[in-house]
Design a protein around this ligand. Structure first.
Ligand SMILES: C[S@@+](CC[C@H](N)C(=O)[O-])C[C@H]1O[C@@H](n2cnc3c(N)ncnc32)[C@H](O)[C@@H]1O
Length: 262
């Protein structure tokens, strides 16, 4: 059985690279990093970003990382602990229960596209933020093409009835949402990046881990029928295999920095 936390902690380079781009965007946006004394990391995973916040926001006194997946938090507490960080098992959908805590910055790196009701989410974030709080979001504009191919195959071959658990917004969707709830986008960036991943079942485990099982509808790669996996790998090879024997595809990344103004 794939250990979600352990696998993710070894395979999150892509999310790490995008996070560094998000930080650069924040630094260029003109917002003052020295005003950030408290930060919440929504969907903190194994805590790599949560811990790095202490390095990049020198005035930070307190960081809370929340995640709904216990095995992610187990790794975070072991590998990325610090007296200033508190990790909590809490779904983003229940983040308002942290009230009356108030945060100077809210981070969601590759996690907010799992949240269906974005309006409720921002309303709840507002109960934990103040005018002048900063928001840093790293996400995609849609499910990347390789992952969409896996999802399509799961639905058609395994007759999965559940709708896809992905809730992406494009830049205009995020802008409308944030503006409605009093946030001003100070900077945003869209890039089309070439993403190369290890071919094969190994990648299915990686995708299973990074989505905390949601992507494969709770079916660990080891539980998928062999025939299904073989057929899926062949299909993915045909569409995405490069000359180095890896799968290669373009992923559109969306980075947003916003400030609460109302
Ligand atoms: C791709 S990982 C990103 C982790 C981390 N932010 C990073 O940059 O490496 C997505 C994380 O979001 C968490 N997640 C997804 N939906 C969530 C929800 N509704 N509430 C809390 N955590 C959630 C998953 O458990 C997973 O740890």
């Amino acid at each position: 059985m794939t250990d979600i936390g352990k696998t993710y902690s070894q395979t999150n380079d892509w999310q790490g690279e995008r996070w560094h781009e998000l930080l650069e965007l924040y630094f260029r946006s003109g917002l003052d990093r020295n005003k950030i004394k408290s930060l919440i990391d929504l969907g903190c995973g194994t805590g790599e970003r949560t811990k790095e916040c202490l390095k990049y926001f020198p005035a930070l006194e307190k960081v809370i990382g929340i995640d709904a997946e216990e095995s992610m938090l187990e790794v975070a507490k072991k590998k990325n602990c610090d007296p200033q960080i508190e990790y909590k098992n809490l779904p983003i959908e229940q983040v308002e229960t942290l009230s009356p805590r108030i945060f100077d910055a809210i981070l969601g790196n590759y996690s907010l596209h799992w949240v269906k009701d974005k309006e409720k989410m921002v309303e709840k974030i507002n109960s934990l933020s103040h005018i002048g709080s900063a928001m840093l979001v790293g996400t995609c504009t849609k499910l990347p093409i390789l992952l969409q191919a896996i999802d399509d195959e799961l639905h058609s071959q395994l007759k999965i009835k559940e709708p896809s658990p992905f809730f992406y917004l494009n830049l205009s969707g995020w802008t409308k949402l944030f503006t409605k709830y009093g946030w001003h986008l100070t900077a945003s960036h869209i890039s089309k990046d070439q993403h190369t991943v290890a071919r094969g079942e190994q990648f299915l485990s990686q995708w299973f881990a990074s989505s905390s099982g949601k992507a494969l509808y709770g079916k660990s790669p080891e539980n998928l029928e062999k025939g299904f996996v073989e057929k899926l790998l062949k299909k993915l090879d045909k569409a995405f295999l490069n000359s180095q024997g890896e799968w290669q595809f373009i992923e559109e990344t969306l980075l947003i920095v916003a400030e609460r103004v109302k």
